[in-house]
Design a protein around this ligand. Structure first.
Ligand SMILES: [Zn+2]
Length: 94
């Protein structure tokens, strides 16, 4: 049950965020991330793949993520600051 709540939280967060890891291990990446630096996109992918092992954002999750991407904090900070500005608004003027 806790895992399902974590998945639901993650899926809900995806709607206003960058990505989600679904209940069957399917990873969804918001296509707006093509406007982010490559390193940030890589962080998002690794973050979601880490959810295959740890469903919630507990200490174990962040420690595991740090083994996969030791410098993840820089990308996380960038994403926290800029993700709402990532958009394809320029397409509306084409
Ligand atoms: Zn997450």
């Amino acid at each position: 049950m806790a895992d399902q709540r974590a998945v639901d939280d993650c899926a809900a967060a995806f709607l206003a965020s960058s990505a989600a890891c679904g209940p069957k291990g399917n990873v969804l990446i918001n296509w707006h991330l093509i406007f982010a630096p490559r390193k940030v996109l890589e962080y998002v992918v690794v973050h979601e793949l880490a959810h295959l092992k740890y469903r919630v954002h507990g200490r174990s999750f962040w420690n595991f993520l740090a083994t996969l991407a030791p410098d993840y904090q820089t990308s996380k900070t960038w994403l926290d600051r800029h993700q709402t500005a990532l958009s394809a608004d320029f397409l509306a003027s084409c």
